[in-house]
Design a protein around this ligand. Structure first.
Ligand code: NDP
Length: 311
């Protein structure tokens, strides 16, 4: 029997995903674009990024939803999700891309690059003595698939690296703190705070006015997770007051960030348009195919999302 994998994504083109998946799936799984499905009854698998409202109702025999990305907040928050397992991508290339972006952001602040960019704009030779990595404390909030890899990369560079998660974990070179009560201490000791938390009901606007006031004066802030994890107005205030020396921001409450938003022109702020890491067809295809085979043969899934936790 031929089953169908339906594909939907606004930003990702269909053809590279079809071509990457086909050799791994074999001839008994057809791969079709959502607007060209030949027989909706045969659709058992959905590979999707933010499909439109009502999308899943077209496919009554779905057995697996695969989120085409690492962050599942948009998917698990829907009220039209079928009662089938959800998996997400956990792809080594995606992890490396994210770790690279986080390393770049941390080095940007650790090496005072915003200071030199501002000085260059004034044609000013503004020497600022570099600090050793070991004298700089970096806190990574969220130590999941991507967060743990980024924290490991930061620790490898010699930074005093701390991490925050809900559950304890053993990550060489990283001091791990757990639970709500630990957050203030983590923030208070960090020179650079990197947000890598998933967006869930517990983390929505978790980084608020109080959190920014707990940070060291002159600390820098990096957000690569979701804009809604941060109270963006509180962040703007902390940057305007000079409590934060700068920020590197890849994600925002509303994307695209409005052209008149104050974040664009605050000193020390670098804005990138949500691209710290993206899903790559060739490196993600084997794990997607493995999960499809697992469903077909009744074996356990990898990278399954907990609807209860929301990540
Ligand atoms: P995971 O889901 O693997 O891990 C989440 C981590 O956050 C875990 O360590 C978890 O703790 C911790 N956490 C969750 N809730 C809380 C809480 N309430 N308090 C403290 N810690 C908490 O996520 P990833 O590392 O794979 O990815 C992180 C996020 O990055 C994604 O959710 C997504 O939003 C974002 N992302 C952004 C991209 C971009 O281009 N900007 C690209 C890809 C992802 P525990 O380990 O104890 O469960």
């Amino acid at each position: 029997m031929t089953d169908t994998l339906v594909f939907y994504s606004g930003p990702d083109p269909f053809e590279p995903w079809r071509d990457a998946l086909a050799p791994h799936l074999g001839s008994d799984v057809r791969i079709e674009k959502a607007d060209a499905v030949s027989d909706p009854e045969t659709v058992r698998f959905a590979l999707v990024w933010m499909p439109p409202e009502g999308f899943f109702a077209r496919f009554p025999n779905l057995q697996l939803v695969i989120n085409l990305g690492a962050g599942v907040d948009r998917l698990v928050a829907r009220n039209d999700l079928p009662d089938v397992p959800i998996t997400r991508l956990s792809d080594p290339e995606m992890g490396r891309m994210m770790a690279g972006y986080v390393l770049f952001s941390v080095l940007r602040h650790a090496r005072d690059i915003p200071h030199f960019e501002a000085a260059q704009a004034r044609r000013e030779w503004a020497y600022k003595h570099p600090r050793a990595a070991s004298e700089i404390t970096v806190a990574i909030l969220g130590l999941g698939e991507l967060g743990a890899l980024a924290a490991t990369e930061i620790a490898r560079q010699g930074f005093d690296t701390h991490g925050w998660a809900t559950r304890p974990k053993d990550l060489p070179g990283i001091t791990v703190h757990c639970g709500d009560n630990a957050l203030d201490d983590v923030l208070a000791q960090a020179d650079i705070v990197v947000c890598m938390l998933p967006l869930t009901p517990d983390t929505c606007k978790r980084l608020d006015e109080n959190c920014f006031s707990m940070m060291k004066p002159g600390a820098a802030f990096v957000n690569v997770s979701r804009g809604e994890v941060v109270d963006q107005d509180a962040l703007v205030n902390a940057l305007r007051d000079g409590r934060l020396s700068g920020a590197t921001l890849d994600v925002f409450e509303t994307e695209p960030l409005a052209p008149d938003h104050p974040l664009w022109s605050l000193p020390g702020v670098l804005i990138t348009p949500h691209l710290a890491s993206v899903a790559l067809p060739n490196s993600a295809a084997p794990q997607i195919a493995a999960n499809i085979r697992a469903v077909r043969t009744g074996r356990a899934l990898a990278n399954e999302v907990s609807r209860l936790r929301g990540y």
